[in-house]
Design a protein around this ligand. Structure first.
Ligand SMILES: [Zn+2]
Ligand SMILES: [Zn+2]
Ligand SMILES: [Zn+2]
Length: 346
């Protein structure tokens, strides 16, 4: 068994452990076999060099051009796995529906428990509701206390509506005839200085009450409950590899092998339960990871992991030089400013 084979098995085992799931030995063997025999998406020399050159070009603090065509390199292609766990949760609640009573028939059915209907096992977010059987009742309207009317909201039951005075625009004062604007004023006669005028409320026609919108004036309600079921998805991603520094953003979109697995444990439900974890869905994807080491003629090394490059020997890319240049520039500027201020003050 080669070291690479071992690595694939390690990755699979770690992934399955992380997923907290069980896959059969047969299934695991199949996956390992597929990964071993798969034609990996190898990069050719030209592609490797152009990737590195492209990456280097995008760096802002580079200090000189490197001719990547002239570098030597070592290339290995490895395997990593990305795990995605999606948890399906369902919340249930009761919604009361009130309708005016108009001699509707009251269905007779046994009372339905909140979780009598099986939870939704679709891995998507949705909200559905249905009538709770055995919940129908006829009762006095609780909004108007069986009067059929409620207080008018527009006039707050007064029957009058206050409007801004049109003549004085709400100020209560108007200019005296012949005076310049605002210099001499007198009390507005239309609103008597109040700034507002009173008129009969349009909504309740001055009575202060309106027909109860809940029972539509019927005084009695036909009421029932609805069960509202809302599903929620939580997803978590993890990466499994034997490579240091490996980050999910470098992974190419193409997947090698995809393993889908769902589990639905039976939750314990009590009359107080409003939310349960319905199930978990697992996805396991394997990826090619390209690891490339470059050598410069001065024996300095760069490591390329997929789209990212790591200088093994920090001196090679010499970013620190740019920082020194910047530092010296800033210090010079401060000195010049200091001299200038001294000169102006003297
Ligand atoms: Zn007025
Ligand atoms: Zn009113
Ligand atoms: Zn009512």
């Amino acid at each position: 068994m080669s070291s690479l084979d071992l690595r694939i098995e390690d990755i699979l085992e770690t992934a399955v452990y992380e997923l907290d799931t069980v896959i059969s030995q047969e299934h695991a063997d199949q996956i390992v076999e597929l990964l071993r025999t798969k034609d990996k998406r190898k990069l050719d020399d030209r592609e490797i060099r152009s990737r590195l050159a492209l990456w280097y070009k995008e760096r802002t603090l580079r200090n000189r051009r490197i001719n990547f065509r002239k570098l030597d390199f070592d290339y290995t292609i490895e395997c990593a796995a990305k795990l995605e766990t999606v948890t399906l949760e369902e919340k249930r609640s009761i919604r009361r529906v009130d309708l005016p009573y108009c001699n509707q028939e009251i269905p007779t059915a046994p009372h339905e428990d909140l979780w009598a209907k099986a939870p939704l096992k679709d891995f998507r977010e949705e909200e559905i509701s249905w009538v709770r059987s055995g919940s129908h009742r006829v009762e006095d309207c609780h909004k108007c206390h069986r009067t059929g009317e409620v207080r008018c909201k527009r006039c707050n039951g007064s029957g009058d509506e206050e409007d801004r005075c049109m003549r004085c625009h709400g100020s209560g004062r108007i200019d005296k005839i012949g005076s310049t604007r605002g210099s001499e004023t007198r009390t507005c006669t239309r609103c008597r200085g109040r700034g507002t005028t009173t008129s009969r409320c349009n909504r309740c026609r001055g009575t202060g009450d309106v027909t109860c919108p809940t029972c539509d004036g019927e005084r009695i309600l036909f009421t029932y409950e609805e069960i509202v079921a809302k599903t929620d998805l939580q997803s978590e991603q993890k990466l499994v590899s034997n490579l240091e520094h490996l980050n999910v953003k470098w992974l190419p979109p193409s997947s090698l092998i995809k393993l889908d697995h769902s589990s639905f444990p039976t939750p314990e439900i009590t009359p107080e339960t409003t939310s349960i974890e319905v199930g978990k869905q697992y996805q396991l994807r394997f990826f090619d990871v390209h690891q490339i080491k470059f050598w410069h003629k001065e024996e300095r090394e760069i490591l390329l992991l997929d789209k990212e490059v790591y200088p093994i020997d920090g001196s090679y890319l010499r970013d620190w030089r740019s920082i020194i240049y910047l530092g010296v520039g800033l210090i010079s500027l401060v000195v010049v400013l200091y001299l200038l201020i001294n000169y102006l003050n003297s």
